[in-house]
Design a protein around this ligand. Structure first.
Ligand code: FAD
Length: 401
């Protein structure tokens, strides 16, 4: 995709997607699948995707959310992943493995233990396999943990763990293009707003493209793109760190994605292990090009935390690390999808914080349904709409990562 054209073939499109990573590509796939007659343009400023959240991801999926809509979205994603070739519409597409080692949320306070119990009850009601485990039950299943101070854990062994998000991204793009979506390398730098509509977008170089709908799939740059339409969205870039490490004494079985009360998370990563956490400086918004690694964090925070929880990690050795940006929704860390009430052909698809990769199949379909049918048909995504931003009514998740 690095040799994309920098100008579009037409002057008018039914839909212009601003950003062509996982969300823009999922939306392009679903739009052209649901209505092959649509003329769809995907504008991507950097087709190498080297700074996109999509290529910095840890690529995991969970069913353990605190709101029903997010559980249902993940159930749809799991189905999409399990039936990938038919879901993506090409028998040549590979199977995508969902490595279900589960997330294990650990509670060391009665308050958080109650949150996990309440969440598990709701998840079970929706069909998820979440189990609440005592510290003894955890120790029996995974003897490598040290569990001092842990009251209980919440674990789901079904449809929760790692999946190959890179392959899913690749096939969203391939199928979108095969179905007629056009990708260009350019930046959307301006928009014309007339009354309650965006009439055209301006590309780098000044070319103006008329559009029926504009979709904001700009990841951490969501608010900058909203600003081009005279709008705003509470999304900002925040750094997240990932380390891959090895240990001379392997644990003997998969390490669930363990969300430790210290704020560090750690899991199996093939024959290695992966750990991650936010920065310790108050987690401020950063510049779009700020990918500084806080190197001291491994020594000062991550290593001590994981070696306390899993003593075999005393001898951990880092073999890789990277920094990525969350598109952090400051209201409630959840997706914001759908139109702005005052500019009804400007659709948000933003603010996914740490769970956008897994939500991309449902989000792309939701955008396509809004454009083609004027409303949701598969899953009702209205709880994730923009109006909660206006009402300042967060859809809070109490067990985030
Ligand atoms: C360290 C880390 C770990 C994560 N782990 C997980 C996980 O385990 N599971 C999970 O589900 N999610 C995870 N996420 C989140 C997930 O990766 C993101 O939510 C998802 O990739 C967001 O995709 P996106 O397409 O919205 O944004 P991005 O991937 O950031 O893409 C936005 C694109 O828009 C382009 N763009 C921006 N402005 C313009 C413009 N004006 N004109 C043209 N193009 C523009 C950019 O160049 C970019 O390519 C993680 C994220 C990070 C950083």
């Amino acid at each position: 995709m690095a040799t994309l054209p920098d100008t579009p073939a037409h002057d008018t499109y039914d839909v212009v997607l601003v950003g062509g990573a996982i969300m823009g590509s999922s939306a392009a796939f679903w739009l052209t699948k649901i209505d092959p007659a649509l003329r769809v343009l995907v504008v991507e400023r950097d087709p190498s995707y080297q700074f996109a959240s999509t290529t910095a991801t840890n690529s995991c999926i969970r069913q353990q959310f605190g709101s029903e809509v997010n559980v249902k979205i993940s159930q749809f994603s799991a189905e999409f992943i399990h039936n990938f070739a038919s879901a993506i519409g090409d028998p040549a597409a590979p199977a995508i493995l969902l490595h279900s080692f589960g997330y294990l949320y650990l509670a060391d306070t009665p308050g958080f233990a109650k949150v996990l119990r309440d969440n598990a009850a709701m998840q079970n009601r929706l069909g998820a396999a979440t189990r609440i485990l005592s510290a003894d039950q955890i120790a029996a299943e995974w003897p490598f943990y040290a569990l001092e101070g842990i009251i209980l854990g919440s674990h789901n062994p079904v449809n929760e763990g790692y999946f190959d998000g890179g392959t899913m991204f690749d096939w969203f793009r391939r199928r979108a293009r095969a179905q007629g979506a056009e990708y260009i390398r350019a930046e959307v730098v301006a928009m014309t707003r007339a009354g309650g509509r965006i009439t055209d977008v301006t590309l780098t170089g000044g070319r103006r493209i008329a559009c029926g709908h504009v979709v904001n799939t700009a990841g951490p740059r969501a608010n900058a793109v909203a600003g081009l339409a005279g709008l705003s969205v509470p999304v900002e870039p925040r750094r997240r760190f990932t380390w891959i490490f090895d240990t001379p004494e392997p644990l003997g079985r998969d390490l669930p994605l363990t969300i430790d009360p210290s704020g560090v998370h750690v899991r199996t990563d093939g024959r290695y292990y992966m750990a991650g956490c936010p920065p310790e400086d108050g987690d401020p918004a950063v510049a779009f090009n700020d990918f500084r690694m806080d190197h001291h964090l491994w020594e000062d925070k991550v290593w001590p935390a994981i070696a306390t929880r899993v003593p075999a990690f005393e001898r951990a050795r880092v073999i890789n690390s990277w920094v990525g940006h969350y598109a952090y929704n400051t209201l409630d860390q959840n997706a914001i999808i759908g139109p702005h009430p005052d500019v009804t052909n400007f659709l948000f698809c933003n603010g996914f914080s740490g769970h956008g990769l897994q939500q991309s199949p449902a989000m792309g379909r939701g955008i396509a349904e809004l454009v083609v049918h004027g409303g949701y048909r598969g899953l009702d995504l209205t709880p994730l709409g923009y109006d909660r931003i206006i009402r300042n009514a967060p859809l809070l998740e109490r067990a985030i990562i």
